[in-house]
Ligand binder design. Structure first.
Ligand SMILES: Cc1ncc(COP(=O)(O)O)c(C=O)c1O
Length: 384
């Protein structure tokens, strides 16, 4: 087992130059830069230089990104909107919902701020927002959705893996509860795509939003929104732009006709440089294997949890591997300080809500985890 753990990371680690200088274990925030993503940015500049304004080709690249996203989550290409952030896709979706007889949007207390903010912003348009809170044991049991989701509910909007405690929601039973009541489900999969296989058909979700800069190894500026084909016609987004129109190059300022498919959630000029990079990042993850990365990372997170236990620290993330993603959160008396202390030893982590966030990915090794544990041992007083 240990040999296998080393080999998947050892196979790709040389492609991420940052490891020459640092222990990078912060993919919940940003994936490490690979040689292929760097080369993709170079290719973009080369194409721009050589060809001037190759917009036909750049729009083909946008279609390539759409196909890559579709393949990643087992959707069809016309079910994908290529967006510039997760927020842009979700805001466009929100703008397309009418809050009339069904006006309630149900969220959890684990959402990323953008999700809470976008849905609360719809209160001015008649939406009511209900939160499913954490239970006393810190979990959010699917059955708690039964208390909140009803015939007045328009949408259930949930996160796959929580950005501040690493807990993974049990999506399928929540979808079953929502669908029993005729309510569609939006999944924020930003903290899961690339770190574990995400399949919209298997999960049964109706909408899914994510972006490329974490476990998909891309950088800022590229994201996507999946909309199940049966729901295209039920939303009429008003936060749009010419790339959401049925016929982008008709250039008609006297009419708006939304694209018949998920492109209706798009906006303006596509983020071409980020598209080059995002495709390269996703292809690299697919080549390395997302399912095998999940297994690899699970072993690393187990090692980390055992080590924190030995130091008498508190792991906030659930212990059961099926209830967590790639992110492990460790309670601290001063998380920012702990991030700085680790950083001064060349170990890159991050913090949220008083927790240290350690998020191994395909390129991390047991030695990286041991390096984190060694430093946590030296700064035990910062563990809570
Ligand atoms: C779970 C989750 N959702 C949403 C976002 C924000 O995405 P964007 O900035 O692309 O809107 C993040 C970014 O950290 C995230 O972790």
């Amino acid at each position: 087992m240990a040999v296998e753990t080393a080999s998947v990371a050892e196979r790709c680690r040389h492609r991420f130059p940052i490891f020459k200088e640092r222990v990078y274990i912060n993919s919940c925030s940003q994936g490490a830069l690979s040689d292929s993503v760097r080369a993709a940015y170079g290719q973009y500049l080369h194409d721009w230089d050589e060809r001037g304004a190759p917009w036909d080709y750049w729009l083909e690249r946008q279609e390539a990104a759409r196909n890559t996203f579709a393949d990643l989550i087992d959707a069809a290409s016309d079910e994908i909107a290529v967006t510039t952030s997760l927020s842009a896709g979700v805001a466009s979706l929100a703008s397309g919902l009418r809050f009339a007889r069904r006006s309630k949007v149900v969220l959890t207390d684990w959402e990323f701020p953008t999700i809470g903010q976008i849905w609360h912003a719809q209160e001015t348009r008649g939406a009511r927002v209900a939160h499913v809170p954490e239970a006393e044991d810190g979990s959010i049991p699917p059955k708690h959705f039964r208390r909140v989701v009803d015939e007045e509910t328009k949408l259930v909007s949930i996160t796959h893996v929580c950005y501040r405690n690493g807990a993974k929601l049990d999506v399928k039973p929540i979808v079953a509860i929502a669908h029993e009541r005729g309510v569609p489900v939006l999944l924020d999969a930003y903290q899961s795509v690339g770190s574990l296989p995400v399949d919209v058909k298997a999960l049964g979700v109706d909408f899914l939003a994510a972006g490329v800069l974490k476990y998909l190894l891309g950088s800022a500026g590229l994201a996507f929104l999946y909309c199940r084909r049966e729901l295209w016609e039920h939303t009429w987004p008003t936060a749009i732009g010419w790339f959401a129109d049925k016929n982008v190059f008709e250039m008609d300022i006297h009419d708006y006709s939304p694209a018949p498919d998920a492109r209706r959630f798009q906006s303006g000029t596509p983020p071409v440089p980020s598209i080059y990079a995002g495709i390269a990042g996703i292809e690299l993850m697919q080549e390395l294997g997302i399912a095998s990365t999940q297994k690899h990372v699970r072993r690393l997170t187990e090692l980390l949890i055992e080590g924190v236990d030995e130091l008498d620290g508190t792991v906030v993330t659930p212990r059961n591997p099926s209830e967590r993603g790639a992110l492990i959160c460790i309670k601290s008396t001063d998380a920012e300080r702990l991030v700085r202390e680790l950083g001064s030893e060349g170990i890159v982590t991050s913090s949220r809500s008083g927790n240290l966030r350690v998020s191994p990915h395909v390129y991390n090794t047991p030695e990286d985890v041991k390096a984190v544990l060694w430093e946590l041992g030296r700064h035990r007083r910062l563990l809570a």
